[in-house]
Design a protein around this ligand. Structure first.
Ligand SMILES: Cc1cc2nc3c(=O)[nH]c(=O)nc-3n(C[C@H](O)[C@H](O)[C@H](O)COP(=O)(O)O)c2cc1C
Length: 447
C-alpha cells in the first residue's frame, strides 16, 4: 500500500524578527518589508512543491514588559509588521501553484469585510488563499481596536463561530454559475442565483449578499489553531484545516484525539481534516552544521528582548518577577488576565512542577530557549529530520503534515528545506514530486 503523504507549509512570520534578520544566511542589505524578498520566498517554496506559505499576525506592539513598547521597538520583537495581504498578492503573481495563508482576528474584524476580502484574494490568487482565524490573546492587539481588556477566552471562540457562520452565508450567497457576462443580451448575472443574506446573532447583524462574483474556491480555505479545549472545539466547527502547536509528541497525539472527538461530535469525518503541526526546523548537509545553525538562536537577542517576547505572549510583565517564586502563582495571574492558559509558563510548569520554587535566573535561562523556539527546533541532516517527521506523522494519524517555520535565517534555511529535506521526503514516497492540483483546497485535500 502507498504511504500516506504529508502536506507541507512554510511560516515566514518571524524571518525578519527576533534578531533573525542579521543571522548568517539572511538577506544581506535587505530589510522588511522589501517585497522582492517575499517574492523570492514564494519562488523557492514553489520549487519545493509546498502546499502553502503562511504568515501569522498580531497588530499590537508588545508593551507588557515594563508597561512600555520601547524595548520591543528597539530590539524588533513582534515589530515591525504589516498587513501581509498585499505582500501575498505580490507573491501569488510570481507563482502558479503555491497557496497562501493570511491571519486575521475574528475578535476584532467584521465578517462582512473579511468574507469580501477573502473572496477578492481568492480571485487574484486564482483559488490559492486561506484565512487563518485567530481570537487574539494579546492585550495590546485588543487596545488597537478599542478594548480596555481582552474579551473573555471562551466568548472569543463563541464570536469566532458566529463569525464563520456569517462568512459562509456570504460566500454561498452567489451560486457558482450565477455570472452570465452574456454579450448578446447584456445580462451580467442571473438574479435568481444571488441570494439575500440576513443574519442576526449574538455578535453580528449582517445583511448581504456579497457584491462580488463567486470565487474559484467558493469558500476560501479556513484554518484555525485553537489549543485549549474550547479552542479545539472551535477548530472543529470553523476550520477546513488545522494548525497544531509545536509540543511534545505525546501531547500532539492527545490533541489529535481531542480534535477527532470534537469533529465526530458535530458529524464531521476526522479522516478528512488534517493538522499541520507547527515545526521549528533547521536542516543541514550534516548534523553538526544543523546544530551550529540552531545554536545561533541563543545569541540572537538580549535578555531584555526575551522578557519582551514572553511578557507579550503570556499577558504578564515578567520584569516584575521576584527573586524566587512558583510557576503556579504566575499562571494564576495569566489566567486572570484572560491570556491563553497554555503558553510558556504552563509548559515550564509541566517540566519543572507548578509548585516548585524557582529563581528569576532559571526562568530566563528557559525563557531564551522558548522565546527563540530553540527548545522546539528540530535540527539535523535531511534523513535524521525525515525520520522524526515520519514518526510524528504516523503517531498523529497520518493526516496533515507540518508547518515549518521559526527557522534561523531566511532564505538560507528555506533553501535547505527545499533542496535537502523535500527530496528526502519525496524519495520516501511521503511528498508530492509535482503539483497535480490547482487550488489550495485541492492541494490540501490530496491524499
Ligand atoms: C501554527 C500556529 C500559528 C498561529 N498563529 C497565530 C497568529 O498569527 N496570531 C495569533 O494571535 N495567534 C496565533 N496562534 C495562536 C492560536 O490562534 C491560539 O490562540 C493558541 O494556539 C492558543 O490556543 P487557545 O486560544 O485555544 O488558548 C497560532 C498558533 C499556531 C499553532
Amino acid at each position: 500500500m502507498a504511504k500516506a503523504r504529508m502536506h507541507l507549509g512554510f511560516d515566514f512570520s518571524y524571518s525578519h524578527m527576533g534578531g533573525r534578520w542579521r543571522m548568517p544566511g539572511a538577506w544581506p542589505g535587505r530589510t522588511f518589508p522589501d517585497v522582492e524578498m517575499f517574492e523570492e520566498i514564494a519562488r523557492i517554496a514553489e520549487r519545493g512543491c509546498l502546499d502553502m506559505v503562511f504568515s501569522g499576525d498580531g497588530t499590537g506592539i508588545p508593551d507588557t514588559w515594563q508597561g512600555s513598547p520601547d524595548a520591543a521597538i528597539e530590539w524588533g520583537i513582534s515589530w515591525p509588521r504589516q498587513d501581509l495581504n498585499p505582500i501575498m498578492v505580490a507573491m501569488s503573481r510570481v507563482t502558479k501553484h503555491l497557496g497562501f495563508g493570511l491571519t486575521y482576528s475574528s475578535t476584532f474584524m467584521h465578517p462582512y469585510y473579511m468574507a469580501r476580502l477573502m473572496n477578492s484574494l481568492d480571485h487574484v490568487t486564482k483559488g490559492r488563499i486561506a484565512m487563518n482565524l485567530v481570537t487574539s490573546t494579546r492585550k495590546s492587539d485588543a487596545a488597537n481596536f478599542g478594548f480596555d481588556a481582552l474579551m473573555e477566552h471562551n466568548s472569543r471562540y463563541e464570536r469566532m463561530e458566529e463569525f464563520i457562520d456569517v462568512c459562509r452565508k456570504l460566500w454561498d450567497s452567489a451560486e457558482p454559475d450565477c455570472m452570465l457576462w452574456d454579450f448578446e443580451s447584456g445580462r451580467v448575472t442571473d438574479p435568481a442565483k444571488v441570494h439575500h443574506v440576513k443574519h442576526e446573532g449574538k455578535f453580528f447583524k449582517v445583511e448581504g449578499a456579497l457584491n462580488t462574483p463567486p470565487s474559484p474556491q467558493g469558500r476560501p480555505v479556513v484554518i484555525q489553531a485553537g489549543g485549549s479545549p474550547r479552542g479545539v472545539q472551535a477548530s472543529a466547527y470553523v476550520a477546513d484545516y488545522i494548525f497544531g502547536p509545536d509540543m511534545a509528541l505525546a501531547r500532539q497525539v492527545k490533541h489529535r484525539a481531542a480534535l477527532d472527538k470534537a469533529l465526530l461530535a458535530i458529524g464531521r469525518d476526522p479522516t478528512k481534516v488534517g493538522i499541520l503541526w507547527q515545526t521549528p526546523i533547521v536542516v543541514g548537509e550534516t548534523e553538526a552544521e544543523a546544530h551550529a545553525q540552531r545554536d545561533r538562536l541563543l545569541t540572537s537577542i538580549p535578555q531584555e528582548a526575551v522578557g519582551v517576547f514572553l511578557s507579550y505572549n503570556n499577558g504578564y510583565d515578567f520584569s516584575t518577577l521576584p527573586a524566587r517564586f512558583t510557576l503556579q502563582e504566575v499562571q494564576e495571574k495569566i489566567i486572570a488576565a484572560n491570556a491563553s492558559p497554555i503558553g510558556f509558563v504552563y509548559e515550564l510548569a509541566l517540566e519543572l512542577g507548578e509548585t516548585t520554587e524557582i529563581s528569576r535566573e532559571t526562568f530566563f535561562e528557559h525563557g531564551i530557549k522558548s522565546a527563540t523556539s530553540y527548545d522546539k527546533t528540530i535540527a539535523g541532516s535531511a534523513s535524521q529530520v525525515a525520520d522524526i517527521l515520519e514518526e510524528a506523522f504516523e503517531a498523529t494519524g497520518s493526516r496533515g503534515g507540518f508547518m515549518f517555520g521559526h527557522t534561523v535565517s531566511v532564505p538560507a534555511d528555506l533553501i535547505r528545506l527545499v533542496d535537502l529535506l523535500v527530496p528526502e521526503l519525496q524519495r520516501r514516497g511521503r511528498f508530492r514530486t509535482e503539483y497535480k492540483t490547482r487550488t489550495l483546497r485541492e492541494h490540501l485535500g490530496e491524499e
